[in-house]
Design a protein around this ligand. Sequence first.
Ligand SMILES: Cc1cc2nc3c(=O)[nH]c(=O)nc-3n(C[C@H](O)[C@H](O)[C@H](O)COP(=O)(O)OP(=O)(O)OC[C@H]3O[C@@H](n4cnc5c(N)ncnc54)[C@H](O)[C@@H]3O)c2cc1C
Length: 428
Amino acid sequence: MEYVDFLLVGTGPTGLGAAFELLAHKPSSRIMLIDKAKVSSGGLRNDCKMNFTYPIGFPVDFWPRDLAEQYLERVTAVLKPDIMERKNVGAYSKRAQKIGVELLDVKQAHLGTDGGLQLINKLIKELEHKGVNVSLGETMLDLDPVKRIAKTDQRELQYKAILIAPGRGGFDFLRKLMTNIGIPFSDNSIDVGIRVETREIHYPIVKDYYDPKFLFPERVRTFCTNSRSAHVVKERYETGHGETYYSVNGHAWSAERPANGLVNFAILRSVEFTEPLASGQDFAEMLGLQAMLAGGGKPLMQRVGDFRMGKRSTRDGFNHDLFDFEPTLKDCTPGDISLVMPAKFLRSIWKALKLLDTIVPGVLHPSTIMYYPEIKLYANKPQFKDKRYFMAIDGVYLAGDGAGTSRGITAAWASGLRVADGMLKGEP
Ligand SMILES: Cc1cc2nc3c(=O)[nH]c(=O)nc-3n(C[C@H](O)[C@H](O)[C@H](O)COP(=O)(O)OP(=O)(O)OC[C@H]3O[C@@H](n4cnc5c(N)ncnc54)[C@H](O)[C@@H]3O)c2cc1C
């Protein structure tokens, strides 16, 4: 059986952050990084906008401000971001405050989907060059935490310490693993909302501030804004019973690609469930399947003009010259989102959009498209034996978006650093 000192599962920012830190402190140790995909998934791969201001991406129950800021400095030192200029934030902020909305001033860098891919390839090459064993296309299946053996689809690996960082896409895998090896966890939160797509001239704030983060009443917020060369995409999810549903998302290309003059952003409401509804995952699946039922197996899209008149959108309205742009997500069904979106989410999101239209007039142009569903699952939050280093059982560390210690690239990288600090504690 092969032996490694540090086994890192997942080449997202959590795994990469841990790998670079371990390498810096113990260059002669045996470090292995595996990923089931050939290229890491998640936000490094998609759009790659990085936020360098607390608390964006940092779940506050794991990250008090001081600690997060210390780690953010370390993340900045490795990633060396090119922070984008933000203009007129004060003016927008003042307007927002008057109507009970907050605009966060966040330091951001943006690489785009193509730039993100280049960064991943560069980082992986650097790790390999420095002696890290990187195995892509290898899936972790199971774990024996007592014998310290991880089973993959290719072999068994004995380790001294393991980091499992499978991201949001590894939600089910981590849930099953934690159940099998007896790590208690909770999964009682969810964000549900829509993705808005419009022309940049109807949401010109993006010229001043790439990803403006507005916080509205009733736990509604804007999230993941993409512009210049922006596209809406759909992501496939599978339920525990093997049924498929899609959630929409957005991304943008770097400045090297031609502009399409469109912008998209998510507007989401967070809820936390209490008894008897315990699982955010189960709730998300139910919403996702209901949307598929109404959309004939595809997400739904509706023009704001139709929504205001209380009528469904039709294919005609998307081809007709009445409207001034075509949707970037073609594989989507024109319909009526109010048929399938629970009232609690729809009402507060529509209210928030009207407030947003006061701050940035034009965003509710009749052409603007609302895509549904956009669902963000919070992680299965494990109960940590050592919360400081995200250690769930001796030698087993769980971190990143999959374990709820991050909700963005920089916090995921910082989570990897925290795990590496834990693994290195007590090392000669
Ligand atoms: C489409 C999309 C766009 C996003 N855009 C942004 C953005 O612009 N800015 C931002 O800050 N955040 C963004 N995010 C969030 C961001 O991606 C995450 O916060 C971050 O990537 C989490 O890092 P991670 O290391 O925990 O997981 P991930 O980056 O998701 O990496 C997990 C890795 O684990 C691998 N894996 C899963 N299961 C297994 C297994 N069983 N065996 C082996 N490997 C496995 C996966 O293939 C994956 O490569 C986005 C997320 C998505 C899904």
